[in-house]
Structures are given as structure tokens and as C-alpha cells.
Design a protein around this ligand. Structure first.
Ligand code: AMP
Length: 283
């Protein structure tokens, strides 16, 4: 596996591959890889001839006061993990390689899709995500790109961008990978103290309880939302950012649960802001 830092070097490698008719898979990440990322890489490895993993802590998707500086990084370990999973190229550009000093072009999905849930407390986040993912799609021109259901709103936003801007790429969505005790794997879990980590188990517990309640017939969105909020509030270390019950495709709040339902939340425990969700098909 090669670690490539320069866009022109990556492009010439990719041109060669496309001349030889090889399919290209892309897994965009911010690094500090865990089993969640690796599940995307494994799937992409199976489905493509050439596999590019990108590792870039993208400054434009962090807001003022967020954890851009302290975001965990370990390029050497990540390169070993990618190599062990059979990736062909690890693309790890510096910020200066991706953004000129006078950079000023952004891709933004407007409307409700980016205004609620994470978009409410992180108003410039999705603009940063869609801009950098557009750049990666233009640089790599992948046949398939792999994203985790863990970031359910991000998936919906990227699918919309791909549709609206006619990107010629298939978006493959992979299930949430969890620790044995149910905590969704995340690079940010490293911020949790031992007690906070224990408290954070309430997230998966409350999503499961809500899903059971829906299975036994509850169809009122507000009831489900209140139930999850109440369970989380029992944990004194938690601070809820949001709990929402929305349509999984357009992120609109649902009063009555029907169709593809997404129960999504963001909750702070100390320094860590954790997100989790569950998607259900409701009759
Ligand atoms: P990140 O490095 O946090 O930007 O994540 C890169 C990709 O990995 C995104 O598509 C995430 O949704 C995905 N991902 C992160 N955590 C998980 C997880 N626990 N399970 C599945 N996918 C994940």
C-alpha cells in the first residue's frame, strides 16, 4: 500500500488504473481508525479493483470552538490498519494541499435536510462535509463511495448532493458497528473518562427501548422522543443536544411513525459529543 499526500500523484495512479479498466472504491475518513471504519474498508475491498482510503481531518466541517485541534490522530497506526485490510492507496493530504489560502468555493445542500439535528448545533458542518466530499469525488472519481449509517444525516445529505449534482458514484451505506456493550464505535470515544463511558451506554439502551416500544405498536413520535429523553436524563453526566424522530430520507420530524423512521440523537458526556441512531421500517 502507498501513502500518498499529493493530489497530482494520486491522480496519475488513478489514471493508470482507469486505463486498465479497474473499478475504484473510496472510503472517506478523518482517521484514528476503528472497527467501524474498517467495516467500510472491508466491504469496499470486496467490491472494487482499486481501493482508496482517504484520511483528512477536514477543517471546514468543524465550527468555532469545536475539537479540530484536539481531534485524535495516528497516521502510522492508520496506515498499518489500511494496509492490513488490503487498501491500495491511503490518501492523506495536508490541509494546505486541499485548501488554497484564498479558498472560497463551497458545495451546500440547502433546506431542511441540513437545518435540523446536527445542522442545528453545527450550522456550517454539512457545508464543510459536502465541500470536501465533492473535492474527493472530483479527485478520485470513484465508482463507489462508502459511508456509515452511524452518521445518518450525513448519508442523507451526501445522497442528495450526488443526486442534485449528478455525481457518477454509487453511495454504499454500511451498518453501525458497536462495542460489545452497545456503545457505537467512534474516534471521539477516546475523550470519555471511565465513568462517562459507562454513562454513555444509555444511548444505545434508550434507542433499543424505543425500538421495542415501536415494535409493540407505539406510533406517536412525541411519545418516543419523550421516552428517550427521559431515559437519557436519568444519567447525570449527560447533556442532550437533540433527540429527534424523523423521516430517514428527508430528515423531517414525524408526528406519526410510518415508513423509514430514523430515531437519532446527539448527547454530550464531558468533552465528547456522541451521536447514535436507529433506523426502522414502520408499517
Ligand atoms: P469519520 O472518520 O468519523 O469521519 O468517519 C468516516 C466514516 O466512517 C463515516 O462514513 C462514518 O459514518 C463511518 N463510521 C464511523 N463510525 C462508524 C461506526 N461505528 N460504524 C459504522 N461506520 C462508522
Amino acid at each position: 500500500m502507498d501513502t500518498v499526500k499529493k493530489i497530482d500523484v494520486l491522480r496519475s495512479r488513478l489514471k493508470e488504473a482507469s486505463r486498465n479498466g479497474k473499478s475504484v472504491g473510496l472510503v472517506p475518513t478523518m482517521g484514528f481508525l476503528h472497527e467501524g471504519h474498517l467495516s467500510l474498508i472491508k466491504r469496499a475491498r470486496e467490491e472494487n479493483d482499486l481501493l482508496v482510503v482517504s484520511l483528512f481531518v477536514n477543517p471546514t466541517q468543524f465550527g468555532p470552538g469545536e475539537d479540530l485541534e484536539s481531534y485524535p490522530r495516528d497516521l502510522e497506526k492508520d496506515a498499518d490498519s489500511c494496509s492490513a485490510e488490503g487498501a491500495d492507496i491511503l490518501f492523506a493530504p495536508d490541509a494546505g494541499e486541499m485548501y488554497f489560502e484564498d479558498y472560497g468555493t463551497y458545495v451546500e445542500v440547502s433546506g431542511g435536510l441540513t437545518k435540523g439535528l446536527c445542522g442545528k448545533s453545527r450550522p456550517t458542518h454539512f457545508r464543510g462535509v459536502t465541500s470536501v466530499v465533492s473535492k474527493l469525488f472530483n479527485i478520485v472519481e470513484p465508482d463507489r463511495a462508502y459511508f456509515g449509517q452511524k452518521d445518518a444525516q450525513q448519508v442523507a445529505v451526501i445522497k442528495r448532493m450526488v443526486r442534485d449534482l449528478n455525481f457518477d458514484v454509487e453511495i454504499v451505506v454500511c451498518p453501525i458497528v458497536r462495542e460489545a456493550d452497545g456503545l457505537a464505535k467512534s474516534s471521539r470515544n477516546i475523550y470519555l473518562s471511565e465513568v462517562e463511558r459507562k454513562a454513555a451506554l444509555v444511548l444505545n439502551r434508550s434507542l433499543k427501548a424505543a425500538s421495542e416500544r415501536i415494535s409493540s405498536g407505539e406510533r406517536n413520535g412525541d411519545e418516543i422522543k419523550a421516552m428517550v429523553e427521559n431515559m437519557i436524563k436519568q444519567e447525570p453526566l449527560s447533556a442532550i443536544d437533540y433527540v429527534e424522530v424523523v423521516d430517514a430520507e428527508n430528515m423531517k420530524p414525524l408526528e406519526i411513525l410510518k415508513g423509514s423512521v430514523l430515531l437519532a440523537l446527539a448527547v454530550r458526556f464531558g468533552k465528547a459529543r456522541l451521536i447514535d441512531n436507529i433506523r426502522l421500517e414502520v408499517e
